[in-house]
Design a protein around this ligand. Sequence first.
Ligand code: UTP
Length: 474
Amino acid sequence: MNTLKEKFDKAGQGHVFKYFDTLDNPQQDALLGQLESVDLDELNHLNETLVFAKNADAGIDFAKLTPAPYIPLPADKTTDAKWQEAKKVGEAAIKAGKVAAFVVAGGQGTRLGFNAPKGLYKVTPVKQKSLFQVFAEKILSASRKYGVRIPWIVMTSHINNDATVAFFEENNFFGLDKNDVIFFKQGLMPAVDLNGKIILESKGKIAMTPDGHGGCLRGMVRSGAVAELKKRGIECVSYFQVDNPLVDIIDPYFVGFHLMGKSDMSSKMIAKAYPLEKVGHFCMLDGKLTVVEYSDLPAEYQEQTDENGKLKFIAGSVAIHILDVAFIERLGSSTNAADRLPFHRANKKIPFVDENGNQQKPEKPNGVKFEMFVFDALPMAKNPVIIEGFRGDEFSPVKNAEGLDSPLTCKNHQKAQWARWFAAAGVNVDTDKNAVPSIDIEVSPLFASNQTDFVEAWNKLDPKPAVKNGLYLA
Ligand code: UTP
Protein backbone atom coordinates (compact mmCIF):
# COMPACT_ATOMS: atom_id res chain seq x y z
CA MET A 1 0.00 0.00 0.00
CA ASN A 2 2.74 2.45 0.94
CA THR A 3 4.71 2.04 -2.27
CA LEU A 4 1.51 2.35 -4.28
CA LYS A 5 0.63 5.52 -2.40
CA GLU A 6 4.10 6.92 -3.02
CA LYS A 7 3.78 6.18 -6.72
CA PHE A 8 0.42 7.96 -6.91
CA ASP A 9 1.72 10.89 -4.83
CA LYS A 10 4.72 11.23 -7.10
CA ALA A 11 2.48 11.21 -10.17
CA GLY A 12 0.34 14.00 -8.69
CA GLN A 13 -2.57 11.57 -8.18
CA GLY A 14 -2.32 11.09 -4.41
CA HIS A 15 -5.88 12.41 -3.89
CA VAL A 16 -7.24 8.95 -4.75
CA PHE A 17 -6.26 7.96 -1.19
CA LYS A 18 -8.24 10.84 0.38
CA TYR A 19 -10.93 8.60 1.91
CA PHE A 20 -8.79 5.47 2.23
CA ASP A 21 -8.76 5.45 6.03
CA THR A 22 -12.56 5.68 6.19
CA LEU A 23 -13.00 2.50 4.11
CA ASP A 24 -13.41 -1.01 5.55
CA ASN A 25 -10.91 -3.73 4.61
CA PRO A 26 -12.70 -5.18 1.56
CA GLN A 27 -13.28 -1.66 0.22
CA GLN A 28 -9.61 -0.81 0.72
CA ASP A 29 -8.57 -4.00 -1.08
CA ALA A 30 -10.92 -3.24 -3.97
CA LEU A 31 -9.52 0.27 -4.36
CA LEU A 32 -5.93 -0.99 -4.21
CA GLY A 33 -6.78 -3.58 -6.87
CA GLN A 34 -8.12 -0.85 -9.12
CA LEU A 35 -5.12 1.39 -8.56
CA GLU A 36 -2.68 -1.41 -9.29
CA SER A 37 -4.19 -1.75 -12.77
CA VAL A 38 -3.47 1.89 -13.63
CA ASP A 39 -0.42 2.55 -15.79
CA LEU A 40 0.64 5.91 -14.37
CA ASP A 41 3.29 6.57 -17.03
CA GLU A 42 0.73 6.01 -19.76
CA LEU A 43 -1.77 8.23 -17.96
CA ASN A 44 0.81 10.96 -17.56
CA HIS A 45 1.57 10.78 -21.28
CA LEU A 46 -2.16 10.95 -22.15
CA ASN A 47 -2.60 13.97 -19.89
CA GLU A 48 0.32 15.74 -21.57
CA THR A 49 -0.76 14.94 -25.11
CA LEU A 50 -4.55 14.96 -24.89
CA VAL A 51 -5.72 16.83 -21.80
CA PHE A 52 -3.25 19.71 -21.40
CA ALA A 53 -2.19 20.03 -25.05
CA LYS A 54 -3.24 23.42 -26.40
CA ASN A 55 -3.16 22.36 -30.02
CA ALA A 56 -6.22 20.16 -30.31
CA ASP A 57 -6.15 19.66 -34.10
CA ALA A 58 -5.53 16.21 -35.51
CA GLY A 59 -2.11 17.15 -36.88
CA ILE A 60 -2.99 16.16 -40.44
CA ASP A 61 -1.27 17.75 -43.42
CA PHE A 62 -4.40 18.17 -45.55
CA ALA A 63 -2.41 19.16 -48.63
CA LYS A 64 -1.11 15.58 -48.73
CA LEU A 65 -4.49 13.94 -48.24
CA THR A 66 -6.02 12.05 -51.16
CA PRO A 67 -9.18 9.94 -51.42
CA ALA A 68 -8.56 6.24 -50.79
CA PRO A 69 -9.10 3.86 -53.73
CA TYR A 70 -11.88 1.29 -53.40
CA ILE A 71 -13.51 -1.51 -55.37
CA PRO A 72 -16.76 0.00 -56.62
CA LEU A 73 -20.05 -1.84 -56.70
CA PRO A 74 -20.72 -3.14 -60.20
CA ALA A 75 -24.10 -2.68 -61.89
CA ASP A 76 -24.99 -6.22 -60.85
CA LYS A 77 -22.72 -8.13 -58.52
CA THR A 78 -24.51 -11.39 -59.21
CA THR A 79 -23.21 -11.36 -62.79
CA ASP A 80 -19.98 -9.33 -62.54
CA ALA A 81 -16.99 -11.66 -63.13
CA LYS A 82 -14.70 -10.12 -60.51
CA TRP A 83 -17.38 -10.06 -57.81
CA GLN A 84 -18.40 -13.62 -58.65
CA GLU A 85 -14.81 -14.76 -58.29
CA ALA A 86 -14.63 -13.04 -54.89
CA LYS A 87 -17.88 -14.70 -53.87
CA LYS A 88 -16.49 -18.14 -54.71
CA VAL A 89 -13.33 -17.54 -52.71
CA GLY A 90 -15.34 -16.15 -49.79
CA GLU A 91 -17.83 -19.02 -49.79
CA ALA A 92 -15.03 -21.58 -49.79
CA ALA A 93 -13.44 -19.94 -46.72
CA ILE A 94 -16.76 -19.70 -44.89
CA LYS A 95 -17.61 -23.35 -45.62
CA ALA A 96 -14.14 -24.38 -44.44
CA GLY A 97 -14.93 -22.80 -41.06
CA LYS A 98 -12.32 -20.05 -41.32
CA VAL A 99 -14.60 -17.09 -40.60
CA ALA A 100 -16.07 -15.91 -37.28
CA ALA A 101 -18.41 -13.02 -36.42
CA PHE A 102 -17.33 -10.29 -34.01
CA VAL A 103 -19.54 -7.59 -32.54
CA VAL A 104 -18.24 -4.75 -30.40
CA ALA A 105 -20.93 -4.10 -27.82
CA GLY A 106 -19.04 -2.47 -24.98
CA GLY A 107 -20.17 1.11 -25.65
CA GLN A 108 -22.35 3.07 -23.26
CA GLY A 109 -24.92 4.17 -25.84
CA THR A 110 -25.48 7.48 -24.06
CA ARG A 111 -27.02 9.19 -27.10
CA LEU A 112 -29.82 6.64 -27.36
CA GLY A 113 -30.52 6.98 -23.64
CA PHE A 114 -31.59 3.35 -23.24
CA ASN A 115 -31.16 2.00 -19.75
CA ALA A 116 -29.65 -1.39 -20.67
CA PRO A 117 -26.97 -2.69 -23.04
CA LYS A 118 -27.76 -1.41 -26.54
CA GLY A 119 -27.93 -4.94 -27.98
CA LEU A 120 -31.16 -5.46 -26.00
CA TYR A 121 -32.85 -2.58 -27.82
CA LYS A 122 -35.86 -3.69 -29.87
CA VAL A 123 -35.48 -2.66 -33.50
CA THR A 124 -37.61 -4.68 -35.90
CA PRO A 125 -41.00 -3.38 -37.05
CA VAL A 126 -43.31 -6.36 -36.50
CA LYS A 127 -41.70 -8.76 -34.04
CA GLN A 128 -39.81 -6.11 -32.05
CA LYS A 129 -36.67 -8.23 -32.10
CA SER A 130 -33.65 -6.97 -30.26
CA LEU A 131 -30.44 -6.09 -32.06
CA PHE A 132 -28.76 -9.15 -30.56
CA GLN A 133 -31.57 -11.40 -31.83
CA VAL A 134 -31.26 -10.00 -35.36
CA PHE A 135 -27.51 -10.65 -35.38
CA ALA A 136 -27.92 -14.12 -33.87
CA GLU A 137 -30.45 -15.07 -36.55
CA LYS A 138 -28.17 -13.76 -39.31
CA ILE A 139 -25.33 -15.89 -37.99
CA LEU A 140 -27.59 -18.92 -37.55
CA SER A 141 -28.90 -18.50 -41.07
CA ALA A 142 -25.36 -18.35 -42.51
CA SER A 143 -24.32 -21.30 -40.44
CA ARG A 144 -27.21 -23.37 -41.85
CA LYS A 145 -26.63 -22.14 -45.41
CA TYR A 146 -22.93 -23.02 -45.40
CA GLY A 147 -23.22 -26.08 -43.16
CA VAL A 148 -20.63 -24.86 -40.68
CA ARG A 149 -20.28 -23.65 -37.08
CA ILE A 150 -19.68 -19.91 -37.03
CA PRO A 151 -18.32 -18.69 -33.70
CA TRP A 152 -19.56 -15.31 -32.55
CA ILE A 153 -17.35 -13.15 -30.36
CA VAL A 154 -19.21 -10.54 -28.33
CA MET A 155 -17.15 -7.78 -26.74
CA THR A 156 -18.85 -6.27 -23.68
CA SER A 157 -17.62 -3.96 -20.94
CA HIS A 158 -17.50 -4.23 -17.15
CA ILE A 159 -20.62 -2.05 -17.14
CA ASN A 160 -22.85 -4.16 -19.38
CA ASN A 161 -21.34 -7.66 -19.42
CA ASP A 162 -23.58 -9.36 -16.87
CA ALA A 163 -26.80 -7.95 -18.34
CA THR A 164 -25.66 -8.97 -21.82
CA VAL A 165 -24.80 -12.54 -20.88
CA ALA A 166 -28.05 -12.88 -18.89
CA PHE A 167 -30.04 -11.73 -21.93
CA PHE A 168 -28.49 -14.39 -24.14
CA GLU A 169 -29.12 -17.04 -21.49
CA GLU A 170 -32.76 -16.02 -20.96
CA ASN A 171 -33.27 -16.30 -24.71
CA ASN A 172 -31.47 -19.62 -25.15
CA PHE A 173 -28.87 -17.88 -27.26
CA PHE A 174 -31.56 -17.31 -29.92
CA GLY A 175 -31.05 -20.81 -31.28
CA LEU A 176 -27.26 -20.65 -31.49
CA ASP A 177 -25.09 -23.22 -29.76
CA LYS A 178 -23.99 -21.48 -26.55
CA ASN A 179 -20.50 -22.90 -26.99
CA ASP A 180 -20.18 -20.87 -30.16
CA VAL A 181 -20.89 -17.53 -28.45
CA ILE A 182 -17.79 -16.20 -26.75
CA PHE A 183 -18.07 -13.12 -24.53
CA PHE A 184 -15.19 -11.04 -23.27
CA LYS A 185 -14.95 -7.76 -21.41
CA GLN A 186 -12.95 -4.97 -22.97
CA GLY A 187 -10.23 -3.13 -21.08
CA LEU A 188 -10.63 -0.09 -18.86
CA MET A 189 -8.94 3.25 -18.62
CA PRO A 190 -9.04 5.67 -15.70
CA ALA A 191 -11.07 8.80 -16.41
CA VAL A 192 -9.63 12.17 -15.37
CA ASP A 193 -11.08 15.59 -14.67
CA LEU A 194 -10.25 18.58 -16.84
CA ASN A 195 -7.05 19.08 -14.79
CA GLY A 196 -5.85 15.56 -15.48
CA LYS A 197 -6.67 14.25 -11.98
CA ILE A 198 -8.12 10.75 -11.73
CA ILE A 199 -11.80 11.04 -10.82
CA LEU A 200 -12.99 9.39 -7.62
CA GLU A 201 -16.39 8.00 -8.48
CA SER A 202 -17.05 7.10 -4.85
CA LYS A 203 -14.86 7.18 -1.78
CA GLY A 204 -13.47 3.73 -2.54
CA LYS A 205 -13.60 3.65 -6.31
CA ILE A 206 -11.92 5.51 -9.15
CA ALA A 207 -13.82 6.13 -12.37
CA MET A 208 -12.77 3.60 -14.99
CA THR A 209 -14.34 3.65 -18.45
CA PRO A 210 -14.21 1.26 -21.44
CA ASP A 211 -11.16 1.81 -23.64
CA GLY A 212 -13.04 2.37 -26.92
CA HIS A 213 -13.90 -0.04 -29.74
CA GLY A 214 -10.21 -0.11 -30.62
CA GLY A 215 -9.70 -1.78 -27.24
CA CYS A 216 -11.00 -4.91 -28.93
CA LEU A 217 -7.57 -5.75 -30.32
CA ARG A 218 -5.81 -6.05 -26.97
CA GLY A 219 -9.02 -7.33 -25.39
CA MET A 220 -9.19 -10.21 -27.87
CA VAL A 221 -5.65 -11.21 -26.99
CA ARG A 222 -5.82 -10.71 -23.21
CA SER A 223 -9.15 -12.48 -22.84
CA GLY A 224 -8.01 -15.59 -24.68
CA ALA A 225 -10.50 -15.04 -27.52
CA VAL A 226 -7.71 -15.03 -30.09
CA ALA A 227 -6.31 -18.30 -28.71
CA GLU A 228 -9.78 -19.85 -28.88
CA LEU A 229 -10.27 -18.71 -32.49
CA LYS A 230 -6.89 -20.12 -33.48
CA LYS A 231 -7.77 -23.41 -31.81
CA ARG A 232 -10.92 -23.52 -33.94
CA GLY A 233 -9.02 -22.81 -37.15
CA ILE A 234 -10.54 -19.35 -37.63
CA GLU A 235 -8.44 -17.11 -39.89
CA CYS A 236 -10.48 -13.91 -40.03
CA VAL A 237 -13.31 -12.20 -38.19
CA SER A 238 -16.18 -10.14 -39.54
CA TYR A 239 -16.25 -7.04 -37.31
CA PHE A 240 -19.44 -5.00 -36.82
CA GLN A 241 -21.05 -2.62 -34.36
CA VAL A 242 -23.97 -3.41 -32.11
CA ASP A 243 -26.13 -0.58 -33.45
CA ASN A 244 -26.51 -1.59 -37.11
CA PRO A 245 -29.10 -4.33 -37.78
CA LEU A 246 -28.68 -4.06 -41.56
CA VAL A 247 -25.10 -5.34 -41.48
CA ASP A 248 -24.45 -8.33 -43.74
CA ILE A 249 -22.40 -10.27 -41.20
CA ILE A 250 -21.28 -13.25 -43.25
CA ASP A 251 -20.80 -11.69 -46.67
CA PRO A 252 -18.93 -14.02 -49.08
CA TYR A 253 -18.08 -11.16 -51.47
CA PHE A 254 -16.37 -9.19 -48.71
CA VAL A 255 -14.53 -12.23 -47.34
CA GLY A 256 -13.44 -13.10 -50.88
CA PHE A 257 -12.02 -9.65 -51.69
CA HIS A 258 -10.25 -9.63 -48.33
CA LEU A 259 -8.59 -12.98 -49.05
CA MET A 260 -7.81 -12.27 -52.69
CA GLY A 261 -6.20 -8.99 -51.67
CA LYS A 262 -4.09 -10.74 -49.01
CA SER A 263 -5.25 -8.02 -46.69
CA ASP A 264 -4.69 -7.77 -42.92
CA MET A 265 -7.77 -5.62 -42.48
CA SER A 266 -10.49 -4.79 -45.03
CA SER A 267 -13.32 -2.29 -44.87
CA LYS A 268 -16.66 -1.55 -46.43
CA MET A 269 -17.34 1.95 -47.60
CA ILE A 270 -20.61 3.50 -48.60
CA ALA A 271 -20.93 6.61 -50.67
CA LYS A 272 -21.72 9.58 -48.45
CA ALA A 273 -25.37 10.58 -48.70
CA TYR A 274 -24.41 14.28 -48.73
CA PRO A 275 -21.10 16.16 -48.51
CA LEU A 276 -21.13 16.91 -44.78
CA GLU A 277 -22.50 13.56 -43.62
CA LYS A 278 -21.06 12.77 -40.19
CA VAL A 279 -19.00 9.71 -41.06
CA GLY A 280 -15.28 9.02 -41.15
CA HIS A 281 -13.60 9.43 -44.55
CA PHE A 282 -11.31 6.81 -46.07
CA CYS A 283 -8.20 8.72 -47.18
CA MET A 284 -4.59 8.10 -48.13
CA LEU A 285 -1.87 9.94 -46.25
CA ASP A 286 1.81 9.34 -46.91
CA GLY A 287 0.98 6.09 -48.68
CA LYS A 288 -1.11 4.74 -45.80
CA LEU A 289 -4.84 4.16 -45.58
CA THR A 290 -6.36 6.20 -42.82
CA VAL A 291 -9.82 7.21 -41.63
CA VAL A 292 -10.22 10.93 -41.04
CA GLU A 293 -13.18 11.80 -38.83
CA TYR A 294 -15.69 14.32 -40.21
CA SER A 295 -14.87 16.53 -37.25
CA ASP A 296 -11.19 16.62 -38.29
CA LEU A 297 -11.71 17.13 -42.03
CA PRO A 298 -12.35 20.77 -43.02
CA ALA A 299 -15.68 21.28 -44.80
CA GLU A 300 -13.93 22.41 -48.01
CA TYR A 301 -12.43 18.90 -48.31
CA GLN A 302 -15.67 17.16 -47.46
CA GLU A 303 -17.36 19.16 -50.22
CA GLN A 304 -14.68 18.87 -52.93
CA THR A 305 -15.86 17.42 -56.24
CA ASP A 306 -14.02 16.01 -59.25
CA GLU A 307 -14.40 17.10 -62.89
CA ASN A 308 -17.66 15.12 -63.12
CA GLY A 309 -19.14 16.78 -60.09
CA LYS A 310 -18.75 13.63 -57.97
CA LEU A 311 -17.62 14.05 -54.36
CA LYS A 312 -13.88 13.39 -54.12
CA PHE A 313 -13.87 12.27 -50.51
CA ILE A 314 -16.93 10.13 -51.05
CA ALA A 315 -15.91 6.97 -49.21
CA GLY A 316 -17.67 6.95 -45.85
CA SER A 317 -16.55 4.51 -43.18
CA VAL A 318 -19.37 2.50 -41.64
CA ALA A 319 -17.32 0.46 -39.16
CA ILE A 320 -17.62 -2.82 -41.02
CA HIS A 321 -14.32 -4.65 -41.34
CA ILE A 322 -12.71 -8.01 -41.79
CA LEU A 323 -9.62 -8.54 -39.66
CA ASP A 324 -7.16 -11.38 -39.87
CA VAL A 325 -6.75 -13.16 -36.56
CA ALA A 326 -2.95 -12.99 -36.98
CA PHE A 327 -3.18 -9.21 -37.42
CA ILE A 328 -5.30 -8.85 -34.28
CA GLU A 329 -2.79 -10.96 -32.41
CA ARG A 330 0.16 -8.89 -33.65
CA LEU A 331 -1.34 -5.52 -32.74
CA GLY A 332 -3.19 -6.68 -29.64
CA SER A 333 -0.13 -8.18 -28.02
CA SER A 334 2.44 -5.65 -29.16
CA THR A 335 4.50 -3.80 -26.59
CA ASN A 336 6.01 -1.71 -29.33
CA ALA A 337 4.47 1.80 -29.38
CA ALA A 338 4.53 1.94 -33.19
CA ASP A 339 2.19 -1.08 -33.37
CA ARG A 340 -0.25 0.12 -30.73
CA LEU A 341 -3.41 2.08 -31.36
CA PRO A 342 -3.27 5.69 -30.19
CA PHE A 343 -5.75 7.05 -27.65
CA HIS A 344 -8.24 9.84 -28.32
CA ARG A 345 -10.03 11.98 -25.77
CA ALA A 346 -13.79 12.28 -25.31
CA ASN A 347 -15.34 14.73 -22.88
CA LYS A 348 -18.01 13.03 -20.79
CA LYS A 349 -20.24 13.48 -17.76
CA ILE A 350 -18.61 11.36 -15.09
CA PRO A 351 -20.15 10.91 -11.61
CA PHE A 352 -17.75 11.92 -8.82
CA VAL A 353 -17.45 12.57 -5.05
CA ASP A 354 -17.10 16.21 -4.11
CA GLU A 355 -14.86 17.74 -1.42
CA ASN A 356 -17.39 16.82 1.25
CA GLY A 357 -17.50 13.20 0.21
CA ASN A 358 -20.95 13.48 -1.41
CA GLN A 359 -21.64 11.76 -4.73
CA GLN A 360 -22.52 14.08 -7.60
CA LYS A 361 -23.92 13.51 -11.08
CA PRO A 362 -22.70 16.33 -13.30
CA GLU A 363 -25.03 18.11 -15.71
CA LYS A 364 -22.31 18.82 -18.24
CA PRO A 365 -19.05 17.13 -19.18
CA ASN A 366 -16.65 17.33 -16.27
CA GLY A 367 -14.06 14.82 -17.32
CA VAL A 368 -12.15 13.07 -20.03
CA LYS A 369 -12.37 9.48 -21.11
CA PHE A 370 -9.59 7.87 -23.16
CA GLU A 371 -10.57 5.69 -26.09
CA MET A 372 -8.94 3.79 -28.94
CA PHE A 373 -10.60 3.51 -32.34
CA VAL A 374 -10.42 0.30 -34.35
CA PHE A 375 -9.93 2.12 -37.66
CA ASP A 376 -6.59 3.42 -36.37
CA ALA A 377 -5.33 -0.09 -37.13
CA LEU A 378 -5.74 0.54 -40.88
CA PRO A 379 -2.45 2.41 -41.43
CA MET A 380 -0.69 -0.59 -39.83
CA ALA A 381 -2.47 -3.14 -42.02
CA LYS A 382 -0.83 -4.82 -44.97
CA ASN A 383 -2.75 -4.44 -48.29
CA PRO A 384 -5.92 -2.95 -46.80
CA VAL A 385 -8.83 -3.54 -49.17
CA ILE A 386 -11.96 -1.37 -49.36
CA ILE A 387 -15.09 -2.48 -51.16
CA GLU A 388 -18.20 -0.47 -51.78
CA GLY A 389 -21.45 -1.49 -50.17
CA PHE A 390 -25.00 -0.40 -50.94
CA ARG A 391 -26.25 1.71 -48.05
CA GLY A 392 -29.77 0.28 -48.07
CA ASP A 393 -28.38 -3.23 -47.62
CA GLU A 394 -25.60 -2.47 -45.19
CA PHE A 395 -26.02 0.47 -42.88
CA SER A 396 -28.67 2.06 -40.69
CA PRO A 397 -27.36 2.54 -37.18
CA VAL A 398 -29.44 3.30 -34.10
CA LYS A 399 -27.44 6.08 -32.43
CA ASN A 400 -29.90 8.78 -31.34
CA ALA A 401 -33.29 8.64 -29.66
CA GLU A 402 -34.80 10.79 -32.42
CA GLY A 403 -33.96 12.32 -35.80
CA LEU A 404 -31.09 10.99 -37.88
CA ASP A 405 -29.85 7.46 -37.13
CA SER A 406 -32.72 6.79 -34.75
CA PRO A 407 -34.99 3.79 -34.11
CA LEU A 408 -37.49 5.27 -36.57
CA THR A 409 -35.06 5.77 -39.46
CA CYS A 410 -33.68 2.29 -38.83
CA LYS A 411 -37.12 0.69 -38.90
CA ASN A 412 -37.89 2.50 -42.14
CA HIS A 413 -34.64 1.36 -43.72
CA GLN A 414 -35.34 -2.27 -42.77
CA LYS A 415 -38.83 -2.04 -44.28
CA ALA A 416 -37.50 -0.37 -47.43
CA GLN A 417 -34.96 -3.16 -47.86
CA TRP A 418 -37.68 -5.83 -47.62
CA ALA A 419 -39.89 -3.90 -50.04
CA ARG A 420 -37.02 -3.98 -52.57
CA TRP A 421 -36.70 -7.73 -52.06
CA PHE A 422 -40.42 -8.15 -52.66
CA ALA A 423 -40.14 -6.04 -55.82
CA ALA A 424 -37.30 -8.28 -57.04
CA ALA A 425 -39.66 -11.23 -56.52
CA GLY A 426 -42.28 -9.44 -58.60
CA VAL A 427 -44.50 -8.36 -55.68
CA ASN A 428 -45.38 -4.73 -55.35
CA VAL A 429 -45.51 -3.22 -51.86
CA ASP A 430 -46.85 0.34 -51.74
CA THR A 431 -44.20 2.76 -50.60
CA ASP A 432 -43.91 6.49 -49.90
CA LYS A 433 -41.57 8.94 -51.64
CA ASN A 434 -38.65 7.60 -49.60
CA ALA A 435 -39.36 4.04 -50.75
CA VAL A 436 -40.64 3.10 -47.27
CA PRO A 437 -43.70 0.82 -47.17
CA SER A 438 -46.73 2.28 -45.44
CA ILE A 439 -47.46 -1.11 -43.84
CA ASP A 440 -45.27 -2.90 -41.30
CA ILE A 441 -43.63 -6.01 -42.73
CA GLU A 442 -40.73 -8.08 -41.50
CA VAL A 443 -38.51 -10.79 -42.95
CA SER A 444 -36.58 -12.97 -40.54
CA PRO A 445 -32.94 -13.57 -41.44
CA LEU A 446 -33.89 -17.23 -41.09
CA PHE A 447 -36.20 -16.82 -44.11
CA ALA A 448 -33.61 -14.90 -46.15
CA SER A 449 -30.80 -12.50 -45.44
CA ASN A 450 -30.24 -11.11 -48.92
CA GLN A 451 -32.28 -10.38 -52.02
CA THR A 452 -31.21 -13.43 -54.03
CA ASP A 453 -32.06 -15.81 -51.20
CA PHE A 454 -35.33 -13.96 -50.61
CA VAL A 455 -36.50 -14.37 -54.21
CA GLU A 456 -35.66 -18.06 -54.10
CA ALA A 457 -37.40 -18.62 -50.75
CA TRP A 458 -40.45 -16.57 -51.76
CA ASN A 459 -40.82 -18.47 -55.03
CA LYS A 460 -40.86 -21.73 -53.10
CA LEU A 461 -43.69 -20.61 -50.78
CA ASP A 462 -46.95 -22.31 -51.64
CA PRO A 463 -49.43 -20.93 -50.82
CA LYS A 464 -48.02 -17.43 -50.51
CA PRO A 465 -49.23 -15.24 -47.64
CA ALA A 466 -51.02 -11.96 -48.36
CA VAL A 467 -48.65 -9.01 -48.23
CA LYS A 468 -50.44 -6.87 -45.67
CA ASN A 469 -49.75 -5.00 -42.46
CA GLY A 470 -48.08 -7.24 -39.88
CA LEU A 471 -46.74 -9.80 -42.37
CA TYR A 472 -43.83 -11.73 -40.86
CA LEU A 473 -41.87 -14.21 -42.92
CA ALA A 474 -39.82 -16.74 -40.95
P1 UTP B 1 -20.33 4.61 -30.47
O1 UTP B 1 -19.27 5.42 -31.03
O2 UTP B 1 -21.70 4.74 -31.05
O3 UTP B 1 -20.34 4.81 -28.89
O4 UTP B 1 -19.89 3.09 -30.57
P2 UTP B 1 -21.35 4.34 -27.77
O5 UTP B 1 -20.60 4.43 -26.48
O6 UTP B 1 -21.98 3.01 -28.06
O7 UTP B 1 -22.54 5.39 -27.84
P3 UTP B 1 -22.60 6.92 -27.36
O8 UTP B 1 -21.55 7.66 -28.12
O9 UTP B 1 -22.37 6.92 -25.86
O10 UTP B 1 -24.00 7.32 -27.73
C1 UTP B 1 -19.79 2.43 -31.79
C2 UTP B 1 -19.65 0.94 -31.51
O11 UTP B 1 -18.49 0.69 -30.75
C3 UTP B 1 -18.83 0.00 -29.56
C4 UTP B 1 -20.29 0.32 -29.31
O12 UTP B 1 -20.89 -0.65 -28.48
C5 UTP B 1 -20.82 0.33 -30.72
O13 UTP B 1 -21.03 -0.98 -31.18
N1 UTP B 1 -17.95 0.46 -28.47
C6 UTP B 1 -17.76 1.79 -28.24
C7 UTP B 1 -17.35 -0.49 -27.67
O14 UTP B 1 -17.54 -1.70 -27.87
N2 UTP B 1 -16.55 -0.04 -26.66
C8 UTP B 1 -16.33 1.27 -26.41
O15 UTP B 1 -15.57 1.57 -25.46
C9 UTP B 1 -16.94 2.21 -27.23
